[in-house]
Design a binder for this molecule. Structure first.
Ligand code: AP5
Length: 221
């Protein structure tokens, strides 16, 4: 299956994509995780991306388009992937359409994690992530705390706060989402592949709704 997740910062894209990747055994490709890995490796494109991420702004389209063109051409991804964070504006979506045609692939479903902006700040400011880039597991100090304080249940590495999870930056990220990413909801609605999921529910309820929606998609194919 070829899937894409949309939703504002903190709606739970990373959380749900990690669960789904485990359940369906397909690769989760998160643009944010890929960018943060290149920042941590201090590559040239990582240094450049950091200047935008530190301001809560989108990294230039050409960086993301080149990154995903390379990633998606990996033949091990032929049977499916879950995209989280790319495409993120209309220009990226149009480039992604060309990639799909070139790869002879089609997007099966776009899951839109729908949520009011008010509770998002609480979700984001309470987020902790595993510092081990190969794990990247997401926690929340209140909603999904680790068993041991600040230690990842899965790999035992320390949990950290993401550099862009400061309140002032979250406000900019939300504004960027509403101006640039939200128009993609219409874009995929017109293609009749969009499914809206209420992301304000508990994690397991959101996950069950996603699984049910995907069963319907599979039946229709
Ligand atoms: P990115 O990493 O993609 O961040 P984002 O879109 O802002 O989304 P988040 O990761 O903040 O939220 P999420 O929806 O994944 O929520 P999560 O599951 O963690 O992008 C970061 C930056 O990279 C961008 O600002 C930009 O600069 C750059 N970038 C990335 N892609 C780009 C692109 N294509 N083009 C240009 N620039 C790009 O959950 C949040 C918290 O809530 C967690 O603590 C979790 O435990 C908790 N939680 C989740 N679900 C629930 C629930 N149901 N109930 C209670 N708590 C929950």
């Amino acid at each position: 299956m070829h899937l894409l997740f949309l939703g504002p910062p903190g709606a739970g894209k990373g959380t749900q994509c990690q669960l789904l990747s485990g359940e369906l055994n397909i690769t989760h490709l998160s643009s944010g995780d890929l960018l943060r890995a290149s920042v941590a490796q201090n590559t040239k494109s990582g240094q450049m991306a950091k200047t935008y991420m530190d301001k809560g702004l989108l990294v230039p389209d050409e960086v993301l388009i080149a990154m995903f063109k390379e990633k998606l051409s990996d033949t091990s991804l032929k049977t499916g992937y879950i995209l989280d964070g790319f495409p993120r504006n209309l220009a990226q979506a149009q480039s992604f359409d060309i990639m799909l045609t070139d790869l002879n692939q089609k997007l099966d479903c776009v899951i839109n994690l729908d949520m009011d902006s008010e509770p998002l700040m609480l979700r984001i400011t309470g987020r902790r992530v595993c510092s081990n880039k190969a794990c990247n597991k997401v926690y929340h100090i209140k909603f999904s705390p680790p068993k041991l304080d600040n230690i990842c249940d899965s790999c035992g590495h320390e949990l950290i706060i993401r550099a862009d999870d400061k309140e002032d930056l979250v406000k900019v990220r939300l504004k960027t989402y509403f101006e640039q990413t939200q128009p993609l909801i219409d874009y995929y609605q017109k293609q009749k592949i969009l499914v809206n999921i209420d992301a304000s529910l508990a994690t397991k309820d959101v996950f069950n709704r996603i699984l049910n929606a995907l069963k319907e998609v599979a039946k229709a194919h």
